[in-house]
Unconditional design. Structure first.
Length: 268
């Protein structure tokens, strides 16, 4: 059995783990910072807040399935680095626009859609990249560490975001968020194991690969329940998130740090 210590000495895994941790924290910052930016600086209406939240999460629904098939056809490390760089660039446009007094809700909508799309590809790729880096008997341990980072980011990320919003304001925090994705890309770029070129021989159509994945889920009762539970949870969580930031900041006049703590409590 491979020990926990030996995996911690695995240089490429440590880099993937660091990159995934930074990226997950950055994702949590984005999910809270963009709505706060819309409310505090752009005076967004409830309808506009709903549209912003929909754009942040629409990619998971619209391209979640084909993204998995596409990632299987591409170099995973390249997908991960590209996703981080896309998020860094598009988020970086927000503080720049704020500096020249050109920030608009339209730009915020585009940034939300693009970051959401890049996050889908990153999340799919990092989970399937692990088997290419570690031995089979290290997969459970490695997946556990990656999942632990994601869980900690979901709980601690909003609280940290709220405090930083209070200290530095939304535009500067978004700039810091953009830089975090550059840090993640840097860790990924230092992974030394060669990125495996997907085998093109015998490749089936994209539709066939997606259909196979769907049929597998349909045939497994446990997976069907998990998918139904997750879909229901995400739907009502999105509805709550849409108006919670607006209500908390505008009606209850809570501080950004308090709003962050509320989101952290909800993620426990």
């Amino acid at each position: 059995m491979t020990s926990d210590r030996s995996l911690l000495r695995h240089h490429d895994f440590r880099r993937l783990w660091a990159a995934e941790t930074v990226s997950q924290v950055g994702t949590q910052v984005t999910l809270l910072a963009l709505p706060v930016l819309a409310v505090s600086l752009l005076d967004a209406t409830p309808l506009e807040m709903g549209f912003l939240t929909a754009l942040e999460t629409a990619a998971f629904l619209l391209i979640g399935l084909p993204a998995g098939a596409w990632v299987d056809r591409w170099r995973r490390k390249r997908v991960l680095v590209t996703a981080d760089l896309v998020r860094a660039v598009v988020l970086g446009t927000l503080p720049l626009a704020y500096l020249v007094d050109a920030l608009t809700l339209g730009q915020l909508f585009v940034v939300a859609a693009l970051t959401g799309t890049a996050t889908v590809f990153f999340d799919v790729a990092y989970q399937s990249y692990l088997p290419a880096l570690v031995d089979r008997d290290q997969l459970v341990d490695g997946n556990g560490k990656l999942e632990a980072s994601r869980a900690v980011a979901q709980v601690a990320g909003p609280g940290i975001t709220g405090v930083l919003l209070r200290v530095m304001g939304a535009p500067l925090l978004v700039a810091l968020d953009a830089a975090s994705f550059l840090v993640s890309a840097l860790f990924l770029g230092r992974i030394q194991r060669p990125d495996v070129v997907p085998d093109r021989a015998g490749r089936r159509s994209l539709r066939a690969e997606i259909g196979e994945g769907l049929s597998f889920v349909v045939r497994q009762p446990l997976l069907r329940r998990i998918v139904a539970c997750t879909a229901t949870s995400n739907l009502f969580s999105s509805i709550t998130t849409t108006l919670l930031v607006l209500f908390a900041l505008r009606e209850l006049e809570l501080s950004e740090s308090t709003v962050g703590l509320v989101f952290s409590a909800g993620a426990v």
